[in-house]
Design a protein around this ligand. Structure first.
Ligand code: SAM
Ligand code: SF4
Length: 324
């Protein structure tokens, strides 16, 4: 579907749960967020039906997210269902890796097309400080399980927080030693992220240059999203940046988001969109739901204004409730 600003929307992030087994300080409060009753979360049948409608409107790629998507029971069945949806070309997942070791084989068999592993540091003590859980080894086992499937692209996502000991440059070493892309995601002022300063791409690149030597801008287009990449000599993977504030990419935004409660969000910053659960559960026809999606996408905002003071329609939820 083409929106009012001429952008082709072919990618959706579907959050399948608001629950998580970590408590990353920039994403969730220590006590967690008030969980939504299960009855308020879209069922897999509802998600499957919406996926068919989205596919009929030109959505080709689905990313499963959360909360932590791998904590929801039956996620493998959902992957299979989505993979079997006409028109859907790619189903990928973003995970904190906690249960990846146990689920990787099944994900591979289900046909997952890519894994994004969120990993903010390679220092286990700092990892515990960031996630409030002592489970660095579990996550690294998940990383190795994903690596054992070289046919499934693996990306590491790190959010630099500007805290001592995070040593974000260490993560780039993973792209040197393994066939994985490592991406640095600028902290966005959403939910608890507002409490942190974002670390600039330029400062991280400078650090990487000091440690790993010269780099070149990667001209080749990699992936579906807003990341841009650099090549370092001798690296197996690339180094990417998703810099929503310092390198705003809204003019080429290709995505929408579906929350676990069935709200179609058309821009990360705003609560603008449409409540699809009300339609699904009110007995609406596919036609009516399709029209509602089309209307919402037509009204997709031209871009975020994170760096401005405006609060109108500002997103009040935590990132764990939106799906990143
Ligand atoms: N639990 C899964 C995970 O961690 O990959 C999926 C959900 S999580 C909300 C998705 C991504 O959003 C993670 O990579 C996380 O680091 C990122 N994220 C959370 N809060 C953020 C913020 N304020 N700014 C930028 N990225 C954020
Ligand atoms: Fe959970 Fe992912 Fe948020 Fe961390 S970033 S608290 S793993 S949802």
């Amino acid at each position: 579907m083409i929106d009012e600003y001429g952008r082709a929307i072919d990618y959706i992030r579907i959050s399948i749960t608001d629950r998580c087994n970590l408590r990353c300080t920039y994403c969730m409060p220590e006590e967690g967020v008030e969980t939504v009753p299960h009855a308020e979360i879209l069922t897999y049948d509802e998600i499957g039906r919406l996926a068919e409608i989205f596919a009929s409107l030109g959505i080709r790629k689905i990313k499963l997210t959360g909360g932590e998507p791998l904590v929801r029971k039956g996620v493998i069945e959902l992957v299979k269902k989505l993979k079997g949806t006409d028109g859907i070309e790619q189903v990928t997942i973003t995970t904190n890796g906690m249960t990846l070791e146990a689920q990787m084989e099944e994900l591979a068999k289900a046909g997952i097309d890519g894994i994004n592993l969120s990993l903010d540091t390679l220092d286990s003590r700092v990892f515990t400080k960031i996630t409030r859980r002592q489970c660095f080894e579990e996550v690294m086992r998940g990383f190795r399980a994903a690596l054992s499937h070289p046919e499934i692209p693996l990306k590491i996502n790190c959010v630099p927080m500007g805290i001592s000991g995070q040593n974000v440059a260490d993560l780039a070493g993973l792209a040197k030693n393994y066939p994985v892309h490592v991406r640095y995601i600028e902290m966005m002022p959403i939910g608890l992220g507002k409490q942190f300063d974002f670390c600039s791409e330029d400062s991280i690149l400078e650090e990487l240059k000091g440690r790993f030597g010269e780099y070149q801008v990667c001209e080749e287009k990699l992936g579906n999203g807003p990341a841009h990449y650099y090549s370092f000599v001798g690296f197996q993977g690339k180094i990417g940046f998703i810099s929503a504030l310092s390198h705003k990419f809204c003019s080429s935004c290709n995505r929408v988001r579906l929350t676990s409660q069935g709200f179609l969000k058309t821009c990360l910053q705003y609560d603008i969109g449409t409540d699809l659960k009300v339609l699904l559960r009110g007995g609406a026809s596919d036609e009516t739901i399709r029209d509602a999606i089309q209307d919402a996408i037509l009204q997709k905002p031209s871009g975020h204004q994170f760096t401005e003071k405006t609060k109108e329609h500002g997103e009040m939820h935590m990132m764990s409730q939106i799906g990143g």
